[in-house]
Unconditional design. Structure first.
Lengths: 158, 158
DNA sequence: AAATATTGCTTCGTATACGAATAATATTTT
DNA sequence: AAAATATTATTCGTATACGAAGCAATATTT
C-alpha cells in the first residue's frame, strides 16, 4: 500500500537517471566527451595533476570505473598518465591542452533546460530541491557506512 | 557562481545513482535478481502477460535495454517469451512460478533503510520528496518532448 | 631482514543503458 | 492490391558501473 509511493519514488529516480544518460549522449556529440568523462575531466583540470584514486573519491565513482573513463580520455588525448615519482603505485593524471579547450565552451554537466529552469527558481525553492536530494542520498547510503565494516570482520582468514 | 549549486545537485544525484546501483548488487546476491530485473519482473507479474514495449514505457527504459534484461531473465527461467498471435511483431512476456516465488519475499526495490526511513516520515514530507523528484524529472526531460518529433501530439492520443 | 599487510591501480567478468540499424509485421496511402 | 510508412522487438557497438582478483610498490609487524 504505502509501497506504491516508494515505487513512484523509484520511477521518478529512473526518469532522472535516464535524462542524465540521454544528456550524456548529447554531450559527446557536441563536445566530444560524455557526462562522466566531462565530470572527471573538469576535476582533473582543477587539480592540474591528481592521483586517480583521489578523483574516484571526488566524483563518487569506484576506482575501476575511473580507470576505464581514464582509458578513454587517454585514447582521445584528453589526459596523460604520469607514473608518480615518490610513490610508484600512484598514477598522476594531467589534462592536455585539447581538454582545456573543451571547457572553454563550458559544456553543461546537466541539461541546459534544467539548469536554466533551476536558476529561475526562487532561492528557497532551489534550496529545497538540493536539500531534498541530499537527504535522499543520505537516506540511501547511510547504511553502507554502518554496515560494511561489521560484515567483513568475522572472516579474518580471508 | 550559481553553477556551484547546480554542481551540487549533480553530485547529490550521482550519490543517489550509485546507492541504487550498489543496492542492485546486493539484491542479486540475496534474491537472484538485480534492481532493474526486479523492477521489470514485478511489472510483468502485475500484468500477467505484457508486450515488451509496454514494459519499457512503464519502467522508463529503452526497448533495447528491456530486451537485454529480458534475455537474462529468460536465461534464468524467470520469464517466458510468447510470440503474440494477433500481432506477430509483438512478443508477450510472462513470469514463471520461480519468479513469482521471488516476490513472495518482497525484495526491496530500494534499500530497506531508505524505505523504512521514508515510511516513518510525515505524510506531507513523503509527498514533498516525491513531488520534488517528479519535478526534477520533468525539468530534465521536458526538452525531450519538445525536441522529439512525434511526442508533442501525444496529450490526447494515448 | 623477512614476513605480512596494505595501498593504488589495472584487468576481468557481468549487468545496465542507449541510439542506430535491422528484420518482421501492420497500417496507411496511392 | 501494391507501395510507402509505421511499429515492435532484436542485434550491434559503445560507454558506464561495480566487485573481485591480480600485481606491484610501500608500509608495518615480527
Amino acid at each position: 500500500m504505502n509501497n506504491e509511493q516508494v515505487d513512484q519514488v523509484l520511477i521518478a529516480l529512473r526518469r532522472i537517471i535516464r535524462a542524465i544518460d540521454l544528456h550524456s549522449k548529447k554531450l559527446v556529440q557536441q563536445y566530444g566527451v560524455t557526462g562522466p568523462q566531462a565530470l572527471v575531466l573538469k576535476r582533473i583540470i582543477d587539480y592540474k595533476e591528481v592521483p586517480a584514486g583521489i578523483l574516484a573519491r571526488d566524483v563518487n565513482l569506484s576506482q575501476a570505473t575511473v580507470t576505464s573513463i581514464l582509458d578513454r580520455l587517454e585514447r582521445h588525448d584528453y589526459v596523460q598518465r604520469i607514473p608518480s615519482q615518490d610513490d610508484k603505485r600512484k598514477v598522476l593524471v594531467r589534462a592536455t591542452p585539447a581538454a582545456v579547450k573543451i571547457f572553454e565552451n563550458a559544456p553543461p554537466l546537466l541539461q541546459e533546460e534544467f539548469i536554466s529552469a533551476y536558476k529561475k527558481l526562487e532561492n528557497w525553492e532551489q534550496n529545497l530541491i538540493l536539500s531534498t536530494l541530499q537527504r535522499i542520498a543520505s537516506m540511501m547510503d547511510a547504511k553502507e557506512i554502518e554496515a560494511s565494516p561489521f560484515l567483513t570482520i568475522r572472516d579474518a582468514t580471508e
